[in-house]
Design a protein around this ligand. Structure first.
Ligand SMILES: NC(=O)C1=CN([C@@H]2O[C@H](COP(=O)(O)OP(=O)(O)OC[C@H]3O[C@@H](n4cnc5c(N)ncnc54)[C@H](O)[C@@H]3O)[C@@H](O)[C@H]2O)C=CC1
Ligand SMILES: O=C(CO)COP(=O)(O)O
Length: 336
C-alpha cells in the first residue's frame, strides 16, 4: 500500500483515484475547485466530472496542496498540459525528493515543445531527480476506467525501478499495466494522437466515410512515428498501447474530447463556439499548434497535422482538408 496524491480532479484524475484506491492505496486528490472537494468528501461524487460515478471512502479530496502533498510516496499529475508548469511550480515547495512523480497528461507545451515529463523534470530540478519521474499512458478514457471496464496502459520512466513501482501501484485486475522504457515514444504517441483524433472527428462530422477514416488513422500513425523516430523514439512503441492503441480509441470513441471537437468542426461549427460549450479539455487543439511549429522547425513532414492546423487556426474549410491531403504528390507508402 502506498500513499498517493493525485493532482487535478478532472475526469482522469478522478478516475485514477478510484483505480488507485481499488489497488489498495491511500489516496489524496487535489482539486482546484473547492466545490469538487466538498462533493467528493460529502457525497462521494465529483459534481463536475464523471459525476455518475461513486468514489470510495479511501479517496479524500483537498483544495489545499499543503494538506495533501507532504509525506506521500507518489504524486500523480493529472492536470491539462497547459497547466502542468504552473501547477508543478506550486507543488514543488511541498516535495522532499523521496516521491515518485508521474505524469498522465497528454500534450506538448507550446513554444518550448517539451513533453510533460520534460516540463516536470525542468520545474522540479533540485528536488526530484529524473529517475524518479515516470509517465502512464495508453487507451484509457476516464468514463470507462472509473467504471472498471478492462483497460491496459503502459508505465514508462528512465528508471526501470520507477516504472516497476508505478506498475505495481496502479495495477488491478481491470487496469493492466505493461512496462515500456521508451519515455519519449510513449509521450509523443499520447500527445500527437489527439491531433489525429480531431482529424478523425472532422471526417465523421463531414460524413467523408469509413475509407477516409481508416486512411486517416493509418497515415496518422505513420506521421506520429515519423516525428517520434526523429526524436529518438523506438519504432516498436508506436505498434503498442501508447501508439496505435491510444490512436484507435481516441479516433473512434464516443468519449473522446478531441474527436468531439473535430466532429463539430466537420459539421460546420466554429472552434471557439465548440470550446466555449465544453467543460473538459481537448488537448489536441494546443498540441496541434506545438507540433505544427515543431515539425516545421525539425523539417519533419506532417501533412495531417498541417491540415488540422489550417482548419483550426486559419479557418480553412474542413471539406477541403481531405481533398488537399488526397492530391499531394504521389509517394511510396513506407517512408520514415
Ligand atoms: N479524460 C480522459 O479520459 C483522459 C485524459 N488524459 C489526460 O489527462 C489530462 C487531464 O485531462 P482530464 O482529466 O480529461 O481534464 P478535465 O478537462 O476533465 O479536467 C481538468 C482539470 O484540471 C483543472 N485545471 C484546469 N486548468 C488548471 C490550471 N491552470 N491549474 C490547475 N488546475 C487546472 C480543472 O479545474 C479540472 O479539474 C489531459 O492531459 C488529458 O489528455 C489522459 C488519459 C485519459
Ligand atoms: O487520451 C485519451 C484516451 O486514452 C483521452 O482522449 P480525449 O482527450 O480525446 O478524450
Amino acid at each position: 500500500m502506498k500513499k498517493v496524491t493525485v493532482i487535478g480532479a478532472g475526469s482522469f484524475g478522478t478516475a485514477l483515484s478510484i483505480v488507485l484506491a481499488r489497488a489498495g492505496n491511500k489516496v489524496n486528490l487535489w482539486a482546484r475547485e473547492s466545490e469538487i472537494a466538498y462533493g467528493i468528501n460529502n457525497q462521494h461524487r465529483n459534481p463536475s466530472y464523471i459525476s455518475d460515478v461513486t468514489l470510495p471512502d479511501a479517496v479524500v479530496c483537498f483544495n489545499d496542496l499543503e494538506k495533501c502533498v507532504p509525506g506521500r510516496d507518489m504524486i500523480v499529475f493529472a492536470t491539462p498540459s497547459h497547466a502542468m508548469r504552473e501547477v508543478a511550480n506550486t507543488v514543488k515547495p511541498h516535495l522532499t525528493g523521496e516521491e515518485i512523480v508521474v505524469s498522465v497528461a497528454k500534450g506538448i507545451e507550446n513554444d518550448t515543445f517539451m513533453t510533460m515529463s520534460q516540463v516536470l523534470s525542468e520545474v522540479l530540478e533540485g528536488v526530484i531527480i529524473d529517475d524518479k519521474i515516470g509517465v502512464l499512458s495508453g487507451p484509457s478514457h476516464a468514463e470507462e476506467v472509473s467504471k472498471f471496464r478492462p483497460t491496459t496502459v503502459v508505465a514508462t520512466s528512465f528508471s526501470k525501478r520507477t516504472a516497476g513501482i508505478i506498475q505495481e501501484t496502479f495495477m488491478t485486475p481491470m487496469f493492466r499495466i505493461y512496462l515500456n522504457y521508451d519515455i519519449i515514444g510513449v509521450e509523443i504517441g499520447g500527445a500527437v494522437k489527439n491531433i489525429m483524433a480531431i482529424a478523425a472527428g472532422i471526417v465523421d462530422g463531414a460524413s467523408l466515410g469509413d475509407n477516409a477514416k481508416a486512411a486517416l488513422i493509418t497515415r496518422g500513425l505513420h506521421e506520429i512515428k515519423r516525428l517520434g523516430m526523429r526524436l529518438g523514439a523506438s519504432q516498436d512503441t508506436f505498434s503498442g498501447l501508447a501508439g496505435v492503441g491510444d490512436l484507435i480509441v481516441t479516433c473512434t470513441s464516443e468519449h473522446s474530447r478531441n474527436r468531439y471537437v473535430g466532429y463539430h468542426i466537420g459539421q460546420g461549427l466554429k472552434l471557439d463556439d465548440i470550446v466555449s460549450k465544453m467543460n473538459m479539455v481537448a488537448e489536441g487543439i494546443r498540441t496541434t499548434r506545438s507540433v505544427y511549429d515543431w515539425s516545421n522547425k525539425l523539417n519533419v513532414e506532417m501533412p495531417i497535422t498541417e491540415a488540422v492546423y489550417k482548419v483550426l487556426f486559419e479557418e480553412k474549410d474542413p471539406k477541403d482538408m481531405l481533398y488537399d491531403l488526397m492530391t499531394r504528390n504521389p509517394k511510396e507508402e513506407i517512408m520514415i
